[in-house]
Design a protein around this ligand. Structure first.
Ligand code: MN
Length: 192
């Protein structure tokens, strides 16, 4: 099986004090790894085993989709954060945010509202639809990749992403994500 867990782009202590080593350890080594293990088991002997992860996400359904999409979503989530992140994007993405949300502050408020209001497990995303920016949320494993949207940044709002550090306070976690963790260099690179 060619699918392996991509290394975390930073150490498990790198996002302190906003996300603990315990959270990153469990999230990456247990949750993300389990989705990958399930994916490999489901692909055993199947023709899809030779497809790329993106192709599997776009064409599969049921358990295969759920596990493939969660592997892809988590890869994208780790890249959506960095130590000393936050701040604001630059260049073309900064201009598009002002064009489509009036201001970066307004974008941040709308992204936080969407992430907090999403009921149950899922993801908040900044996506581009043919160059036009949108904030969307997806439930469980669902991903904008499936709908052909270009993903720019994501925040995991499953409880396993924040419960150790923030308990039930998803809003505090989303605030920390936007202020201290969001990797705008990564989002800008996706948009270029
Ligand atoms: Mn997760």
């Amino acid at each position: 099986m060619k699918f392996e867990l991509a290394p975390l782009p930073y150490s498990k202590q790198a996002l302190l004090p906003h996300l603990s080593e315990e959270t990153l350890g469990f999230h990456y080594e247990k949750h993300h790894q389990t989705y990958l293990n399930n994916l490999k088991n489901l692909l055993q002997g199947k023709p899809e085993a030779d497809a790329s992860l993106e192709e599997i996400v776009k064409t599969s359904s049921g358990a295969l989709f759920n596990n493939a999409a969660q592997v892809w979503n988590h890869d994208f989530y780790w890249k959506s954060m960095k130590p000393q992140g936050g701040g604001e994007p630059t260049g073309k993405l900064a201009q598009a945010i002002v064009r489509d949300f009036q201001s970066f502050a307004e974008f941040s408020a709308q992204f936080a509202s969407a992430a907090i209001a999403h009921f149950g497990s899922g993801w908040a995303w900044l996506v581009s639809e043919k160059g036009s920016l949108k904030i969307v949320t997806t439930g469980n494993a669902d991903t904008p990749l499936k709908q052909g949207l270009q993903c720019l940044l994501t925040c995991d709002v499953w409880e396993h992403a924040y419960y150790v550090d923030y308990r039930n306070l998803r809003a505090k976690y989303v605030e920390a994500f936007l202020k201290h963790l969001a990797n705008w260099e990564f989002a800008c690179a996706q948009f270029e």
